[in-house]
Design a protein around this ligand. Structure first.
Ligand code: E4P
Length: 227
């Protein structure tokens, strides 16, 4: 199951890449704009930080299929490495996904709100769909249920498309989409860090350290062995 950072903040990406098993980075126009930096140099820096192997997802801005396809080709040409183009699931977007599939450009269908959105995108040739869990919840829908139904439709109909669940506001939503069979999650850096947090962990670690120190007077196992 993939763990992807939903951010364009270089410092936060660097930190998470160093410490956690991260598979890639997703961006969208709002996330990019938040950083207030020139667009492509920032994406090139993200590519440099994460390396060529990890997946980098970049969204098109155009709203008609022809321009989406053109932007997608440009994104792939400029960034290189393992790039996927995010395309919203409008009629024009689905047309663009079909054409990009024919041309060998990998896509993620974004702004997925229903299982039938996901079905169409998968059938058109998207490699991933990104259901917006928290945004669905905010519309008094059930984001986790949508993810569950998408994974079920894909598996029943042998669609090879993967579900990269997106838009989270808490760890419980992430836990629930893991159980629902999502192939991956993309979440804000703060939320990814929160996956590690539990008050008992720090407490346990401190007790282990103290027990050891009280007996051996050292903070390190190696120093103790060398004596
Ligand atoms: C990712 O593909 C989406 O663009 C993003 O997760 C949306 O998240 P938000 O609802 O927190 O803005």
């Amino acid at each position: 199951m993939q763990l992807v950072i939903d951010s364009a903040n270089i410092d936060k990406i660097k930190k998470l890449i160093e410490f956690l098993p991260i598979d890639g980075v997703t961006t969208n126009p709002s996330i990019i704009v938040k950083e207030q930096k020139p667009f492509f140099p920032m994406l090139e820096e993200i590519r440099y930080v994460i390396g060529e192997e990890k997946e980098l997802f970049v969204q098109v801005i155009a709203t008609n299929a022809k321009d989406m396809v053109e932007e997608a080709k440009y994104i792939c040409k400029v960034l290189g490495g393992n790039v996927l183009v995010k395309i919203p699931v409008t009629m024009e977007g689905i047309k663009a996904i079909k054409q990009l599939k024919r041309e060998g450009i990998r896509t993620l269908a974004t702004t997925i709100y229903t299982p039938v959105n996901a079905y169409l995108a998968a059938k058109a040739g998207a490699e991933y769909v990104a259901p917006y869990v928290n945004r669905i919840d905010n519309l008094t829908g059930n984001g986790v249920k949508v993810v569950t139904e998408i994974t079920e439709v894909f598996s029943r109909h042998n669609l090879s498309c993967k579900v990269l669940a997106a838009s989270f506001k808490n760890v419980q939503q992430i836990h629930n989409v893991c159980l629902a069979g999502a192939h991956g999650v993309t979440a804000a850096p703060e939320l990814i860090e929160a996956l590690v947090e539990h008050p008992s962990i720090e407490e346990n670690v401190e007790k282990f350290r103290k027990d050891w120190f009280d007996q051996y007077g050292e903070e390190s196992l190696i120093l103790n062995v060398k004596k």
